[in-house]
Design a protein around this ligand. Structure first.
Ligand code: MG
Ligand code: ZN
Length: 216
């Protein structure tokens, strides 16, 4: 019985996600869903991506948090249109929250929409938003075992960003072990090693984004 209820919820979410993608496509917006545990550096990656793509594409942002507007204030300072979703306890974004946000964004002025999901490495994987690509952001201090412990997110992702590589000399983290774990779960995943502190690796990541936008 409970399983059926859950299926209905996810079914309704998928329908709304499909409708979101139609709205995005109609406005020529390419949407990327950034998922990670709290503190992996999603907001920093959004900020570095904005910097890296300045003058190349017009970016918009949806910020998902359980509460607060800290992150969206940082984004707004860059002069980028941003909508903050406060889920009020929900630990993930769903398609109807995104729909609401889309209706409050100037979609015709946006080429690339970055959606920062709520910090959580589990259930955001279950909710399609209507995005074109799903990205897992992992970070060095979290440890190289995250793909093994939280495989669901890596199974559905299109790419992995490994952030905070500037901390590699100070933290026990085996890059090869991480890569191997990712490949074992999902062979097709591109892995981008970046540091949002030093800017290292960001260009490779933004080039990939541009290529994916062209491929859509
Ligand atoms: Mg954030
Ligand atoms: Zn959740």
């Amino acid at each position: 019985m409970e399983i059926k209820v859950l299926k209905d919820i996810l079914g309704a979410n998928d329908q709304m996600a499909q409708s979101n993608q139609q709205l995005l496509d109609g406005n020529h917006v390419f949407a990327v869903n950034l998922m990670a545990s709290p503190g992996a550096g999603k907001t920093s990656l959004v900020l570095e991506t904005i910097k890296g793509l300045q003058g190349k594409v017009r970016i918009g942002v949806i910020e998902g948090d359980i509460s607060s507007t800290f992150d969206s204030e940082l984004i707004a300072q860059q002069g980028v249109p941003v909508v903050q979703i406060n889920t009020g306890g929900e630990c993930h974004l769903d398609a109807s929250m995104i729909r609401n946000a889309l209706e409050n964004l100037p979609l015709t002025d946006i080429d690339l929409l970055l959606v920062e999901n709520v910090g959580n490495l589990v259930c955001p994987a279950e909710f399609n938003l209507g995005e074109h690509r799903k990205i897992v952001v992992s970070s060095v201090p979290e440890g190289d075992d995250k793909p093994i412990k939280y495989p669901a997110m890596f199974i559905i992702a299109n790419a992995v960003v490994l952030n905070k590589t500037d901390l590699l000399p100070y933290v026990k983290f085996d890059s090869d072990r991480f890569r191997e774990a990712v490949r074992e779960i999902n062979r097709k995943l591109d892995i981008f090693e970046v540091s949002c502190t030093t800017g290292e690796g960001i260009e490779r990541w933004t080039s990939w984004l541009l290529a994916e936008m062209g491929r859509k």
